[in-house]
Design a protein around this ligand. Sequence first.
Ligand SMILES: C[S@@+](CC[C@H](N)C(=O)[O-])C[C@H]1O[C@@H](n2cnc3c(N)ncnc32)[C@H](O)[C@@H]1O
Length: 384
Amino acid sequence: MDLCKHRADCGGCIYQGIPYEEQLQLKAKEVLRHFKDNLVTYDRFLGIEGSPTRYAYRNKMEYTFGDEVKDGEMTLGLHKQGRYMSIITTGQCQIVDPDFNRVLEATLTFCKEHEYSFYHKKSHKGLLRHLILRKGEHTCELLINMVTSTQQPFDGTSYVSLIEGLDLNNQVVGILHTENDNLSDSVVCDKLNILKGRAYYNEELLGLKFRVSAFSFFQTNVQAVERLYTEALSLIPDLSGKTVFDLYSGTGTITQTAALRAKKAIGIELVEEAVETARTSAELNGLTNCTFIAGDVLKVLDGLTDKPDVIILDPPRSGVHPKALEKILNYGVKEIVYISCNPKTLAQNLATAMLFGYRTDTLKAYDNFPFTKHIEALALLVKE
Ligand SMILES: C[S@@+](CC[C@H](N)C(=O)[O-])C[C@H]1O[C@@H](n2cnc3c(N)ncnc32)[C@H](O)[C@@H]1O
């Protein structure tokens, strides 16, 4: 494939133009550098695995309305590299499904024709804020969500007609209109209007079914994560009769995959909506041996009477909070599987784990986000 047209301006794909094998080696080196910096040793490093698909792998994009130059033509897309106020139209992005580019371009043209204004971050005046697109990788279902302020009316009926008239490869299952009058730049849902269809899409992951609602987190590169989870669980071949704690469980994808083989799986997650999603999908999957608890891992662990045999960690980029980590390590389980989206905090947490008698038995890196700076890593900790 030719180099991405947006590579000079877009801040997302910093490795565009570098041969893929070289990108992988740069990322593998970065993981090992963090381990070295934190004096964390490991028994075996299994190298880095590339993504099953290098293009069109993202299943979610959150585009912003704005302009590239002050008072210039309206744009819709991503922030320009290193610039907070400048938005570039990314209608030829290579890491999203081509349908995303089609919907983006058509939406921008529609909004220009309707002479809608975009919401200015400084003055807080204007209508259009974000366009969020989500797709079920295995179901080919598309969810379209326009986010606007309520300062002017938005013609939802015409927008539905526009989307219905597009020639798309995926099936549009929901067209939504989110009202957001919050001052911050992030998407906050004051009111969700369903213009057409439903407010969720279906996804499948390792044979399990998931219902992903408009705002709940779901893994971005589904094919890559399926491989990562398979390898993560294969590090503990025998889960039968065991209780698994899946901490930072999100929508419960790992919890449910573990529940298929374990006696019991308990997922703990801060975001209530994600926990609801997890419970719904566990029901859809007929899993009766998993429980989901909403709350901060640090606090929820104190109230649990169950004791884990195995712990799985998949924390946010900031890693496991030091106080929570101490509680987790104090369970003294033989095996901990740590999935990380930030090798720096992974290495820092593992340095602490060493002080509690854990050694890093296996370490592997994954490039789940080709061309971007992001790296996933998997570690198996074993207590001596
Ligand atoms: C990398 S994601 C894990 C996603 C999950 N494995 C999944 O597949 O959906 C990290 C998750 O940790 C949650 N989180 C962040 N801080 C937390 C805390 N203190 N306690 C519990 N969950 C937390 C986030 O909301 C997010 O869902």
